[in-house]
Design a protein around this ligand. Structure first.
Ligand SMILES: [Zn+2]
Length: 118
């Protein structure tokens, strides 16, 4: 693959587990996302070790209705260019990874399955 640098192993324990970051990067690559920064075209992208959440605000005309307004947050992976600092976001749900970010596993469950195969 070679487009996104490996994550820093010194990240705090509360950061997104490395296997989750690898899965996110793998999925982004599999979907044909270019390996270069959208702004400076350099190959200096790396994944930030935490997710970002976009808060979705209700429409103003919906605030006064009697039904409760459900707040929504969209979890997103953040890619940062080490050259120019441009930031790119990918919704993990759209990548089909909404469930893995909730996992408490220390390692990728899919990797463990592969080990058991002959
Ligand atoms: Zn850049």
């Amino acid at each position: 693959m070679g487009i996104l640098r490996p994550v820093d192993p010194r990240e705090p324990s509360s950061a997104l587990a490395q296997w989750k970051r690898r899965r996110i990067v793998k999925e982004i690559v599999n979907r044909g996302v270019p390996a270069t920064c959208a702004r400076c075209q350099q190959r200096e992208l790396s994944i930030y070790p935490r997710l970002t959440y976009f808060e979705m605000q209700p429409l103003p005309e919906m605030v006064n209705v009697s039904a409760p307004v459900i707040e929504q947050r969209i979890p997103a992976a953040l890619l940062i260019c080490g050259n120019c600092g441009h930031m790119m976001f990918h919704a993990v749900g759209s990548l089909g990874l909404g469930e893995i970010i909730k996992s408490d596993a220390d390692s990728d469950p899919d990797d463990e399955l592969e080990v058991d195969q002959p």
